[in-house]
Design a protein around this ligand. Structure first.
Ligand code: GLA
Ligand code: ZN
Length: 663
């Protein structure tokens, strides 16, 4: 069995040889070697090729592929093949097809068309995983197991009858008896009191707003249910193929929040994720870095695997722009900066047929006489030079709290403002720090906060008592804590913490809020320090805090909008509106000064600086997001260009460097 390549930053991607005739396979391996590809993920969507009829397995072709890859020295991240059931499965078991919220059963024909709660699906998936494990456990190319693919990408939540029954079981386990569930769900409201679990349904499309705690629990249940699917496959792999690391690829893109990865991560031998840039985002580069910082948080700070990103365009947006020259390298190294030790792509060879034929790949339709291929070969060379930093860790003095449950609860309907979307404030603050060259860890409120000098709590609408206590303890111990509006409002059942907002945090912050006054779309309000608020305002009283800035106009004129309170050795700041651009940057400037946090080097705004350190060396990643040339005063050796820097690293617009520092 092969171990995961660590002599270089591993480079590779999804490899789907079943889409190509046999004679292409040796060419693939030869070209992989030319590009410096060191791993591939094989068989992810191959179920119909692996098990063409129920119980009849055809693995001969995969034997050949595995042997070829091994001869080529390429490690295999072998899929269990269970990501998408074949047509015979859906035909034979139509009840396993997922059902939408309005009761419409989806058809097969795309991918991932199975109900997450289906034990029929689970049994078939486990049988295939076991067959794969039996066959390949001793194969010398096998380096890792890739279970399924992007769980929940298309089939969650499902609202079918199988899910209804499984949800009832989940609720019985969570609450024990129906009275406890009634209390948690607040079912005295609108005549929703249940007398038996048997009457409980998924939150199917109702005449008006569903019960919020039912909605929240359904999200929890849906995430847990797919986790059970993963664990069932994991168990068989552990039994049959012990000692081989097991992972499933997460989707830590900001808009994908179907699964609570905080609960999934402890079950991964190595955390892996996929990331794609979304062209319509305000700051796609910053979102990429956020995803990396979040993935690292899920991995507990350890290096992680970027399983997929794209060499150039994707095919699933309304318009799919190609990446600019140099962008693939910059994006790849941005992931490495934030803790990836592996750079994977979807996919090796661009498909000639199928729904993703216009998705870019390492080997494009045009072949090797292309700019893209030359860029891939260059990336392979750079990955080869980065081997020495594999295993190093990212340094961060700032924590940004991120919580999937809080997001699920925050984004429900019937709230004060639909303009408040979970993640917006977290991304905005993260990007503001990033453009100052300051790295943040994105971590769960349950993480150890004791080492951070600045802790940011952005729109953490739902907070447990433990979460609130941890944030308070961080301030007591000396951290600067920044809380933004609509945080600490409800408990884990989505019940308001009574007695004045923000219930869970009002003592820490020394404020008391009587009423929210969200702003209309595009409405702004002037503050008396010259900054401008948007999206939110609220009627706030000081109860121990001091006003940093107050509203200068409108119905809340004179009411504090930004506050600060000394707490133990630290301080608790509250931002009760949303600031933009330079105004937010100015506030962040005060916070980092108070916290004693700074960028590794002095640079203009818009240069991303991240440091990875090992016991013996430190590496500065510098990414120039500006459209002019910049100079970073770092001395050492740039492993990208393979040149010394001597106190003067010059970065062209869009340029990237990884400098082994001499300090
Ligand atoms: C996801 C999937 C891949 C592919 C890519 C396309 O990441 O895992 O199979 O569909 O998206 O961007
Ligand atoms: Zn279902």
């Amino acid at each position: 069995m092969r171990s995961w390549p660590t002599d270089r930053v591993a480079l590779g991607g999804d490899y789907n040889p079943e889409q190509w005739p046999r004679d292409v396979w040796p060419q693939d391996v030869a070209l992989m070697r030319e590009a410096g590809v060191s791993f591939v993920s094989v068989g992810i969507f191959a179920w119909s090729a692996l098990e063409p009829e129920p119980g009849r397995f055809d693995l001969g072709w995969l034997d050949e592929v595995m042997d070829l890859l091994h001869e080529g020295g390429i490690a295999v991240d072998l899929a269990t093949g269970t990501a998408s059931p074949p047509p015979w499965f859906s035909h034979r078991y139509p009840d396993t097809l997922p059902v939408t919220r309005d009761g419409h059963r989806l058809w097969p024909g795309g991918r991932q068309a199975y109900c997450p709660s289906s034990t029929v699906f689970r049994d078939h998936a486990v049988r295939l995983a076991e067959t794969m494990a039996q066959r390949y456990r001793d194969h010398p190319a096998l380096a890792m197991w890739h279970v399924s693919n992007e769980y929940a990408c298309h089939n969650t939540p499902c609202y079918c009858d199988t899910c209804a029954a499984a949800f009832r079981d989940w609720l019985r386990r969570r609450y024990g008896d129906v009275a406890t569930m009634n209390d948690a769900w607040g079912t005295s409201f609108w005549s929703q009191r249940h007398t038996t679990f048997e009457h409980v349904l998924p939150p199917r499309q109702a005449p008006t707003a569903s019960n919020p705690t039912q909605l929240l629990d359904y999200r929890r249940f849906s995430s847990d249910t797919l986790l059970d699917q993963f664990l069932a496959e994991r168990a068989v792999l552990e039994r049959v193929s012990p000692g081989v690391p097991i992972t499933t690829n997460f989707m830590t893109l900001s808009h994908f929040r179907h699964l609570d990865y905080t609960r999934w991560a402890p079950h991964q031998d190595v955390v892996s994720t996929d990331h794609y840039l979304v062209a319509t985002q305000a700051d796609p580069g910053a979102e990429l870095s956020f995803s990396g910082d979040l993935t690292r948080g899920l991995a507990g700070g350890a290096p992680w695997l970027l399983m997929e990103h794209s060499t150039s365009a994707v095919n699933w947006q309304p318009v799919n722009p190609a990446k600019a020259p140099g962008q693939m390298l910059r994006n790849s190294l941005a992931h490495v900066a934030h803790g990836a030790d592996t750079v994977g792509f979807f996919q090796w060879r661009a498909s000639a047929a199928g729904a993703e034929k216009f998705h870019s790949a390492l080997l494009p339709h045009a072949g090797t006489e292309s700019r893209l291929w030359r860029d891939v070969v260059r990336l392979g060379e750079v990955c080869g030079r980065l081997g020495e930093l594999v295993g190093s860790r990212v340094e961060a003095d700032v924590a940004i709290l991120w919580d999937y449950e809080a997001g699920w609860a925050c984004d429900q309907p019937s709230h004060p403002s639909q303009l408040v979307a979970y993640g917006d404030d977290a991304h905005q603050l993260h990007a503001t720090l990033l453009h100052r060259g300051i790295t943040s860890d994105v971590v769960s409120p349950a993480a150890d906060l004791s080492s951070y000098r600045l802790v940011i709590v952005p729109t953490l609408y739902l907070m447990t008592d433990a979460g609130a206590a941890a944030v308070t303890a961080a301030a007591q111990a000396g951290a600067q804590v920044l809380v933004t509006f609509f945080s600490g409002i409800v408990d884990e059942h989505d019940h308001i913490r009574l007695g004045g907002y923000p219930g869970a945090l009002r003592d820490l912050l020394g404020v008391w809020v009587e009423e929210f006054n969200p702003l209309r779309e595009n409405e702004t309000v002037q503050l008396d320090d010259g900054s401008v608020g948007a999206v939110w305002s609220e009627r706030l009283d000081l109860r121990g805090a001091q006003a940093v800035a107050s509203y200068a106009e409108g119905p809340l004129a004179g009411v504090p909008a930004i506050t600060r309170r000394d707490v133990g050795a630290g301080a608790a700041w509250y931002l009760a509106t949303r600031l933009q651009g330079e105004h937010l940057d100015a506030l962040v400037g005060r916070l980092v000064d108070a916290a004693g946090v700074s960028a590794p080097y002095d640079c203009p705004r818009g240069v991303e600086l991240v440091r990875r350190t090992s016991g013996t060396a430190s590496y500065l990643f510098a990414l120039n997001h500006r459209d002019d040339e910049v100079t970073v005063p770092v001395t050492g050796h740039d492993l990208v260009a393979d040149v010394g820097t001597d106190g003067r690293l010059v970065l062209a617009p869009g340029g990237v460097a990884v400098v082994r520092e001499r300090r």
